[in-house]
Design a protein around this ligand. Sequence first.
Ligand code: GSY
Length: 171
Amino acid sequence: MNVAYLSIGTNLGEREQNLAHAVKLLQAHVTVTDVSAIYETAPVGVTDQPSFLNICVKLETEKTADELLTVCQFVEQELGRVRLYRWGPRSIDLDILLFNHENIETESLIVPHERMFERAFVLVPLADISAGETEQLQYAQQQLSQMDLQQEGIVKWAAQTTVSQFVRDVQ
Ligand code: GSY
């Protein structure tokens, strides 16, 4: 059994619904065990765009990392992912952050995610669903402890719930 963590973000359309939909779609392919609180986060990269809602989820799966990437891309397509331009607004974005304790570098996938340790919008929700179980997660905690969340523009938007509560209104 593999354990993976994903970051999910959205800043177009019905943002909260987009997140719930994404988690519901993931459940058809993997076992989502934990979901973080929802955070409203200031855009990183191109800053002149709407604020994001971000979450992280923890999942268990027999799939390989490459197969999990295919699932993430499928979920993005199912939700009719719109991405206006690189680093710009998008309806939904799923990134694999961690896959077990592995370091993966292929043409299509880099794990741990290249920029995760410098992004508060990733590290804050990740801290809700992890507790330093691996060296990578300990490093994530350490990086987070050095960040000023007010300055990073991170605000809790909705409290953490169970996964089934999180997807309860999705048809
Ligand atoms: O990398 C994911 C898309 N993205 C985000 C995001 O999810 N949240 C915030 N706050 N800024 C972002 N910039 C990009 S690109």
